[in-house]
Design a protein around this ligand. Sequence first.
Ligand code: FAD
Length: 389
Amino acid sequence: MKWSQDQLEIRALARDFAQGELRSASAGWDAAKDLDAGIFRKLADLGFLGMLIPEQYGGLDFDLSTYLLVLEELSWGDASVGLSVAIHNGPVAGLITKHGSDGQKERWLPLLASGEVLGAFALSEPGAGSDAGSLTTVAEASGTGWKLTGTKRWVTNGGRAGLVIVFAQLDGEGMGAFLVDPTVDGYGVGAREATMGLRASETVSITLDGVEVGEGGLLGVVGRGFPYALEALDLGRAGIAAQAVGIGRSAMEHAARYALEREQFGRPIANFGAIQVKLAEMARRIAGSRLLAHDAGAAIMAASNDEGHPRTGVDGVTARAAIAKLSASEAASWSADEAIQIFGGYGYMRHYPVEQLLRDAKGTEIYEGTNEIMRHVIAREVLRDAASS
Ligand SMILES: Cc1cc2nc3c(=O)[nH]c(=O)nc-3n(C[C@H](O)[C@H](O)[C@H](O)COP(=O)(O)OP(=O)(O)OC[C@H]3O[C@@H](n4cnc5c(N)ncnc54)[C@H](O)[C@@H]3O)c2cc1C
């Protein structure tokens, strides 16, 4: 792919930031199971919390290609930061920018862009993960607005968030997407989950006990919540693909450096063909996944610019985003696993960075749709094409 001079400069900025502020702190955050809160201020100062927000609302209005380049770099530095930033910019700010009323945009986008408010996306529930259409959280009509009741699970950024997009069933009218201010009565945040990887990322449950949302809290059109969720997930999956590419690249670079330094049988292990095959295979999988992430980004941009780009079919936005996330998440997990192998016994030790990368990479195979669901989505679109040809 050919990047413009502007994109290369922005990528260099993100890379310097990741190198200086994230990489050296990442293991400490993983052990502390939290990010340094100050990191969000630094991300906001660089504009990285408003990457997809129009300039009139204080954002940088990046094209998706530039956005994905930045996400890869941040995730290379620390995958938990990559996840927080991806959710805040993609499913949250992206949906408001696309479907918000003027009032909602004026209220929320400047706060999101400046980092005063961190965004969260609450779709999953204890009994509704892959089958996101089966939510039990309900939104009952109340005065001119709605009253939300239910429980949400695994909400990234959940405890820190100043805005949560909550999806709930409307009585007989499909699903609604609601902009919820967590300071309202009836809103509760559960204990932070103890996670395998991405330990510095905040994953919490949320309870909604008759949370009142006024008329202005419904995003877009009544009953369109589910299509909005799916649309947000297309953008989200392209972002997670970029996150996974960053994790995989980090594993490959650690492994290559170690292979040059570590000597066995009187020579660096990098001289052994078995090690070289692993490094070559990492590079192939990561480079291919990067192309697929940017391919998905290009399709999403073409669809949202009304260029008539389809959402369905194997060339459509949804399949291309699923292909990118599937490929990149598997590339990341595979690369991190093989990086541990290259480090040998040291790789299995917490002191070295590669075991964290495997724990982090695994998450990318699960959130924003598991890889089984990615395969299901891709096959559905292949079969749709076949049935209509
Ligand atoms: C770290 C982390 C952060 C997250 N952040 C968020 C967030 O911010 N917001 C949010 O809303 N959610 C979030 N999630 C939730 C995540 O999106 C769900 O965990 C995921 O969609 C899977 O749902 P589930 O866990 O209920 O698994 P289930 O749906 O119960 O699936 C269990 C297994 O069955 C398989 N399966 C299910 N249906 C099918 C099928 N039709 N065909 C084949 N196999 C199938 C799955 O692939 C999986 O292997 C997060 C999860 C994690 C781990």
